[in-house]
Ligand binder design. Structure first.
Ligand code: IPM
Ligand code: MN
Length: 352
């Protein structure tokens, strides 16, 4: 098969972790006789440095022309403490989501048996955890009207959702639940917010189309609590943009390392695959970042965007082997020897 993949390495540790995913995919291509055509493009702080724009039109063209996008991370500390900065790397991510129509963000949380004791939670609470949060990604407060009143002392951000936006996300949630345990949790704040009441009403109306799926409706504050109490009680969760942002960060630490969780963003055009972790600028260039989340995102991409199940499984298998054999970066090595980012990537590619 010919695979045309756009490669957006981004900032911070992005280029280093992306380079390992490329090595692994190239090894897969040799083994399974595929031809991968990688096209690199800039996004984030590196794109601002290059042309003043965090998601340039030229990058958008590359993404639209590709079959899938593999993305690293964006962000740079020089923007973090400057609330007045006019252009920021994160705007590139939001623009990319909007222009590519990436309305559904799929963020799984699962445990690796060999890493259970790395989790901040007790073993008996997390064993068997395997949940997916489907976060709406192009609506809500992230994209609503915002501003300041004339006196400069009052600010507002609005959360707006249409029934159609809720339906298209919920549809993916119901379909995903059908392939799993047929349990769906709709997360909202319908006791307070009108937009949440529309979410609940819309999802309730859709229940009749999926009679086999059992839907639970829970408030976001209660979910935040239960996620750390009994994460293994959840399966598929659907929620709006900001709640999803917060809950997916919370969920990402359950497994014991944020450096392990992949994600996908799907929608109207090309789908995008990226690690859940950010640009981790303190580690950039030090050859210490964990590349596994990006490598697993590449596996998700092969499975999802190209239907290459055996290839995706081969990547997951070699990742499991590296964890079991202790070929891991310093975030996972404990008292044992830590391998560099590149060494882990080389080992994975060799063992494919
Ligand atoms: C994420 C990030 C982004 C978000 C930021 C960088 C804009 O936190 O992908 O979860 O809030 O969506
Ligand atoms: Mn986030």
């Amino acid at each position: 098969m010919k695979l045309n993949i756009a490669l957006l390495a981004g900032d911070g540790i992005g280029p280093e972790v992306i380079a390992q995913a490329v090595k692994v995919c190239d090894a897969i291509a040799v083994k399974y006789k595929h031809e991968i055509n990688w096209t690199s493009a800039l996004t984030g702080a590196c794109a601002i440095d290059d042309c003043g724009e965090p998601y340039p039109d030229s990058t958008h063209e590359v993404c639209l022309a590709a079959d899938a996008v593999l993305f690293g991370a964006i962000g740079h500390p020089k923007y973090d403490n400057d609330p007045k900065a006019k252009v920021r790397p994160e705007q590139g991510l939001l623009k990319m989501r909007q222009k590519l129509g990436l309305f559904a963000n799929v963020r799984p949380t699962f445990t690796f048996p060999s890493l259970i004791d790395n989790s901040p939670l007790k073993r008996e609470r997390i064993e068997g955890t395997d949940l997916i949060i489907l976060r709406e990604l192009t609506g809500g407060i992230y994209f609503g009207e915002r501003g300041r009143k004339d006196d400069g002392n009052t600010a507002f951000d609005t959360c707006t959702y249409t029934r159609a936006e809720i339906q298209r996300l919920a549809k993916l949630g119901f379909e995903l639940a059908m392939t799993r345990s047929k349990r769906l949790c709709c997360v909202d704040k319908a006791n307070v917010l009108e937009s949440s009441r529309l979410w609940r009403e819309t999802v309730q109306d859709m229940e009749k189309d999926y009679p086999e799926v059992t839907v639970a409706y829970e408030f976001v504050d209660a979910v935040a609590m239960r996620l750390v109490q009994w994460p293994n009680s959840y399966d598929v969760l659907i929620t709006e943009n900001l709640f999803g942002d917060i809950l997916t960060d919370e969920a990402s630490v359950i497994s014991g390392s944020m450096g392990l969780m992949p994600s996908a963003s799907k929608g109207l055009h090309t789908s995008l695959y990226e690690p859940i972790h950010g640009s981790y600028p303190q580690a950039a260039g030090k050859d210490i970042a964990n590349p596994l989340a990006t490598v697993l995102s590449a596996a998700m991409m092969l499975e999802d965007a190209f239907g290459l199940q055996a290839e995706a499984d081969a990547i997951r298998e070699v990742v499991n082997k590296s964890l079991a054999d202790g070929i891991v970066t310093e975030d996972l090595s404990g008292k044992n020897k830590a391998y560099g980012t590149n060494a882990v990537g080389d080992w994975l590619a060799k063992n494919i």
